[in-house]
Design a protein around this ligand. Sequence first.
Ligand SMILES: Nc1ncnc2c1ncn2[C@@H]1O[C@H](COP(=O)(O)OP(=O)(O)OP(=O)(O)O)[C@@H](O)[C@H]1O
Ligand SMILES: [Mg+2]
Length: 248
Amino acid sequence: MRTVAFYSPKGGVGKTASAVNIAYLASLSGLSTLLWDLDSQGSASFYLSRGAPGEGKKITKLLEGRTPIADFIEEGVYPNLDFIPAHKSFRHLDIRLEEDERSQPLKDMLAPLAEETSLVILDCPPGQSRLTEQVLKVADLVYVPLVPTWLSLNSWKQFHDFVRDKKLGVKKLRPFFTLVDRRKKLHRELVEQNSSLFDKPSKTRIPYSSAVERMGEEGLPLELLSPRSEPAASYRRLWSEVRTELKL
Ligand SMILES: Nc1ncnc2c1ncn2[C@@H]1O[C@H](COP(=O)(O)OP(=O)(O)OP(=O)(O)O)[C@@H](O)[C@H]1O
Ligand SMILES: [Mg+2]
């Protein structure tokens, strides 16, 4: 079982859109895939639900081992794609993890699924906390969407240095540009100049596109909503990168 997280300290940068599209593409290629929505806002549900998001379950039951993780899974959202929806109690996940005495609670929670699941995709909430550390520990790769602005690059640098200083696996980090608007001079410049500054950047750039915005309205992954669009092609490239890196 391999694990990929979509994480950024910043909000609204395309973590959820990316997690959902990559999870769907993984399932299409025949891999048994699990998408776990770790964000209490539950946005991934909207992108997957065709307009009828399901209800999640309380996280304490999982953390305390009272309910097995399998009971949290909505099966067969699409063939090969299972989903753990968020629940409002996930907003306390940080505090709960802080109180947890195990060194890797997130990893322990996922362990029972190892045999039946090839790929776990984690859709993370914004912010930097104990959950971030757990995600970095459990994930084989952490994809970090970056909008091409100075503030976003600054926040990336701070996050990179935090991961390096805490020895959480800087080599796992894969920054990639999202919401790239080629009409904007700043976007063009930052994307060209800064790609070379990252240790291991993803080569894929996700363009700004109204097709991605429509995912939430329609409750569909891009590959079903608008497979011929530019961002759909970009997400297919991103998936191919992930797959090659993880040898899946
Ligand atoms: N490539 C894109 N082009 C245009 N709009 C996009 C693109 N990617 C994401 N969006 C839009 O930007 C908003 C934020 O996207 P998304 O929910 O994926 O970000 P997020 O990082 O998960 O946000 P949050 O931090 O709130 O969880 C959404 O309205 C989404 O439709
Ligand atoms: Mg999100």
